[in-house]
Design a protein around this ligand. Structure first.
Ligand code: MSP
Length: 529
């Protein structure tokens, strides 16, 4: 049995509602998971929520409810959004899951027994408001801690530390020796530079219960809970069955590990994933060839009033709500935009205008109209039946001949985690179909009794290309693709065809198509203010 292709994502903080950045990452992972299945691989897709830590405890306190209640309520918002957006996962990584607690505690015990953890006192400046120790990095240009930190006191606290610095040389060697350890390449370089620059220090992995209760208890020192990042990072392994009981219901770790694609945003590469996580795995005995591959994506920003790109953040009050956009453009309209208007690895500016015009131009016009016109003509001229016949000419050969190039470009793009480029390739074929209609003018052929066979061939080529396109767009727009397949009346076997099979026509001679209905109704421009 070959290893399933294991795709994971960052797990989202449940200290607030999901926003467009969260939606992007999960749609990207879902699209790639669907693509890899389409390409014939067995896939395991894991996503979930990061529920412990100070932020959640504070948000819950503000509402006057237990942290567990708050975390489970917000986790529900994420699950509901994934359902709405058609993000379908095989495993749900909620860090409050007792199986995860068990794994984290077992990993901590193992590291403790290996002599990788030690306890020491730290004296330093502590922000009472933010409940964290401050370093010189937090000092302003005047050398003082700014007012955002509130009251700052000098405090001594004992905690457990993980001997991170012992493994930094290993990390350097591993990252520089493996080209695909972090993709894209410029992010790997960024990580290498950061490791070079940073002073190797150990990682504090506990918080005393006196200031944080909402976390996983340290098994060998119950006055402490685990630092949220250590706990959260372990999810990729715990929910893959690492250190799990045989009857846990979790996957078989030996079979599933490592993650082929661990999808994270650029903000959490250095240090959490690129340094802490890889070193944690190494210290736990995971060999180099079993290290997860990190795919680092960019951020959706907003074009601010000054024309500059600005960060989306709750404190700036400028976050974009994916739930509202899915109501406006449909889950598939939103998924399409999120996959089409950003190149994986780079940043992009979110723009409602762009979403609106892409929806109308690419979806309502190019694809929606093409399918509508074609199915209409097949109904009108042939009562729904498509006939291959023997007629052929240069125009038909040309359209058919685009299959090989389209599939090649599509496959290469998806294998390189670039859905925007895969969509571009498919759209060239769609645009060619529209030009094919302009060239062949089937509505004129329908009036010419001499052109019966030619009309059959034209309609067949159109219907067959749209059928193939419906499978190609399914990883990005599963819902719309299904509607299209329903209208085309594709059989279950045709719907399940693998990518390779699309190199040749897929509709049989005499195939019956159904009635068209607009899949992407055109949006009217909002009235000018
Ligand atoms: N809980 C941590 C991750 C722990 S992983 C062991 C976290 N959570 S988060 O909710 O803040 O972010 C979750 C993911 O969403 C991260 O990968 C982050 O990069 C991504 N995004 C958050 N805002 C984003 C944008 N504006 N654009 C794109 N992705 C963004 O970090």
């Amino acid at each position: 049995m070959s290893k399933p292709y294991y795709i994971t994502t960052a797990i989202d903080y449940t200290n607030g509602a999901p926003h467009i950045g969260h939606a992007y990452e999960k749609v990207l992972a879902d699209t790639l998971a669907r693509y890899h299945r389409f390409a014939g691989r067995e896939v395991y897709f894991l996503t979930g929520v990061d529920q412990h830590g100070q932020k959640v405890q504070q948000s819950a306190e503000k509402e006057g409810i237990p942290a567990a209640e708050f975390a489970s309520r917000t986790a529900g918002l994420f699950r509901a959004l994934w359902e709405k957006l058609g993000v379908v996962y095989d495993g749900w990584a909620a860090t409050t899951d007792p199986r995860h607690h068990q794994c984290v505690q077992r990993a901590l015990t193992q590291l403790h027994e290996q002599g990788q953890l030690y306890k020491k006192a730290h004296r330093g400046f502590y922000s009472v408001r933010q409940e964290q120790f401050l370093t010189d990095k937090e000092r302003g240009p005047d050398g003082q801690f700014g007012s955002e930190w509130g009251q700052v006191i000098e405090l001594e606290e004992e905690n457990w530390y993980f001997k991170l610095s012992e493994h930094v040389e290993w990390l350097k060697g591993y990252i520089s020796g493996r080209e695909d350890s972090v993709i894209p390449g410029f992010r790997r370089q960024e990580l290498l530079n950061a490791i070079e620059r940073a002073e190797a220090t150990d990682l504090c992995i506990t918080r005393p219960k006196s200031r944080l209760q909402w976390g996983i208890e340290i098994p060998f020192d119950p006055e402490y809970v685990n630092y949220v990042w250590f706990d959260a990072l372990m999810n990729y392994a715990s929910f893959a069955g690492f250190l799990a009981d045989p009857d846990s219901g979790l996957p078989d770790f030996e079979k599933l590990w490592p993650a082929d694609l661990q999808i994270i945003g650029k903000d959490i590469l250095v240090p959490p994933h690129g340094v802490y996580w890889l070193i944690m795995l190494h210290a736990l005995g995971i060999p180099d060839e079993k290290m997860p591959r990190l795919l680092v994506h960019g951020w959706w920003n907003l074009r601010g009033r000054n024309g500059q790109s600005e960060k989306m953040s709750k404190s700036l009050g400028n976050v974009v709500d994916p739930d509202v956009l899915a109501d406006e453009f449909g889950a598939d309209g939103l998924r399409y935009y999120l996959m089409r208007d950003i190149a994986t690895g780079h940043d992009a500016d979110f723009s409602h205008d762009r979403l609106f015009s892409r929806y109308n131009a690419d979806l309502a016009n190019d694809l929606g109209n093409l399918a509508n016109r074609t199915l209409n003509m097949i109904q009108r001229y042939r009562e729904g039946k498509v006939t291959r016949g023997t007629f052929d000419d240069e125009t038909c050969t040309e359209l058919r001949g685009m299959a090989a190039g389209t599939l090649e470009a599509y496959r290469t793009a998806m294998e390189n985690h670039l859905p925007h480029a895969a969509l571009e390739a498919v759209w060239q074929w769609i645009v060619a179909c529209n030009q094919f209609i302009d060239k062949t003018q089937p509505f004129k052929l329908a009036k010419d009794p001499e052109a019966t066979e030619r009309l059959d061939a034209v309609l067949y080529h159109l219907a067959d290309t749209i059928a193939r396109v419906s499978l190609l767009v399914a990883p990005v727009m599963p819902g719309a693709a299904e509607k299209l397949m329903n209208q085309l009346q594709l059989t279950p076997e045709q719907r399940a065809l693998p990518l390779d099979a699309l190199a040749s026509p897929i509709l049989s001679d005499g195939h019956l198509t159904g009635k068209p209905e607009p899949i992407f109704p055109r949006k009217e421009a909002p009235a000018a203010e």
